[in-house]
Write a protein of this length. Structure first.
Length: 396
């Protein structure tokens, strides 16, 4: 019997770790992935689900099949806790012992941050989970029958801004295509100090380019703004402005998930060293959105640092190499700071974003818009799903 490695989460971080460890360690490790969902979801395509451009089946893969084919055990259960002293994961059904644990549980969505926020207990749509994106598409179909003002945005404390930009651009392009644009005032409200900040202090000419792109589309932009509350008909901003809406989509802040929050900082994100090892527990690692990372600057309205898919895969590859080195009795590998490589849909066009490393000062920093990036984004979706299906983890 080899070392027992348990991975929480079956998405970008968890699957990359699982496949790399299987390749690197062969029979020297028993690997289990514990996940509350039974499918891998290609999250970057959720805005397309909300617009009706993709169905859930287009962007999901069954975890049992893709993990089973690599000899990785899949446990379709929600972890409810972790006891780091006795090295066990707790689920509703059992206790799972581990020699190494990798936490790749992503975020919990903190809709309670603002009164009236969110699809379940509030009045706004969201596109951060598959369920929400499907629901948002239903709201969109109803909206098209009786259009009116749309308010889109990111409340105070948000760290993941890109999908909200994508949604605003996609809604605008789709309304134009349907010859409805003149009936729909669109407003984007954001906690970022300026448009194009993205929670990372901007990149390249992102501020100038994004200001122009929103201006050209006549999307009103309100930056540096907190939201006081949402009612069924309007968004009430912190400066007293009231924005009526027929449809509203807002991003929530994120925290760590409850099952592991006792291992994290006050927001429940896991503190790790340069090799993604927990600062207090040597046999616990964490990658992806679950990791604690400080933003580059304190913004007047609070914002957080986004942790993208590319960053997550890079973290996961480094964590897997470190665990492999540990098990084989070797020195931990050198790691580099994470960077951003992203394609953002803009409706009729798209943008390519690169920030290396993610936090300034940087070696490379660029945002470029162009129609060919839209085709690259659609191609990348297919390529990534193909890669995950075959257990491949190389970075582009
Ligand atoms: C709408 C949207 C669009 C995005 N677009 C892009 C993009 O274009 N490019 C890009 O690079 N990044 C994008 N991102 C960011 C990217 O999706 C994340 O960086 C990535 O999903 C992080 O992967 P992860 O494995 O850390 O967490 P997640 O993908 O959130 O996965 C967490 C996993 O853990 C599971 N889990 C959670 N709690 C438990 C528990 N208690 N027990 C068991 N399992 C649990 C979840 O079900 C899930 O499988 C986008 C994010 C969103 C929300």
């Amino acid at each position: 019997m080899g070392e027992r490695i348990v991975i929480l989460g079956g998405s970008f971080g968890g699957l990359t770790c699982a496949f790399d460890l299987r390749r690197q360690l062969g029979k020297k490790a028993e690997i289990s992935v514990v996940c509350d969902l039974d499918s891998f979801i290609f999250i970057p395509s959720l805005p397309w689900v909300s617009m009706g451009y993709r169905s859930p089946a287009d962007i999901t893969l069954p975890l049992q099949r893709i993990l089973g084919s690599k000899g990785i055990d899949f446990i379709h259960e929600e972890a409810t806790g972790v006891d780091p002293e006795s090295s066990v994961v707790i689920t509703g059904a059992r206790k799972i012992r581990y020699d190494y644990l990798i936490i790749a549980t992503g975020p919990a969505l903190a809709f309670s941050a603002v009164s009236g926020l969110g699809p379940e207990k509030g009045y706004t749509e969201c596109i951060f989970t598959l369920e929400q994106a499907v629901r948002c598409h239903e709201a969109w179909k109803r909206f098209l029958e009786d259009p009116g003002p749309i308010v889109i945005g990111s409340v105070q404390g948000v760290s993941c801004f890109g999908p909200t930009y994508e949604y605003a651009f996609e809604v605008e392009a789709e309304l134009k295509k349907r010859k409805l644009r003149h009936k729909v005032p669109i407003t984007l409200v954001t906690s970022e100090p300026y448009i194009g900040h993205f929670g990372i202090g901007g990149l390249g000419k992102s501020r100038r380019i994004m200001e122009d792109e929103f201006a050209e589309r006549e999307i009103r932009v309100i930056t540096n703004m907190a939201v006081d509350e949402f009612t069924p008909e309007e968004v009430r901003l912190n400066d007293g402005t009231k924005l009526p809406f027929k449809l509203s989509m807002f991003a929530p802040p994120m925290t760590g998930v409850p099952a592991v929050s006792h291992l994290g900082n006050p927001k429940g994100f896991i503190p790790v060293d340069d090799n993604y090892r927990h600062r207090d527990f040597k046999n616990i690692f964490s990658v992806g959105v679950a990791v604690a990372m400080a933003p580059p600057e304190k913004t007047p309205v609070p914002t957080g640092l986004p942790k993208t898919g590319f960053m997550t895969v890079k973290m996961a590859r480094d964590a897997a190499r470190t665990i492999t080195a540990d098990i084989l009795g070797k020195e931990p590998p050198e790691t580099e700071p994470v960077d951003v490589l992203c394609l953002m849909d803009m409706g009729d066009t798209a943008a390519f974003m690169k920030a290396k490393p993610v936090l300034p000062p940087r070696q490379e920093s660029t945002l470029k818009a162009g129609k060919h990036y839209k085709w690259m984004k659609a191609g990348f979706e297919k390529y990534y799903l193909w890669k995950i299906k075959h257990g491949l983890t190389q970075l582009p």
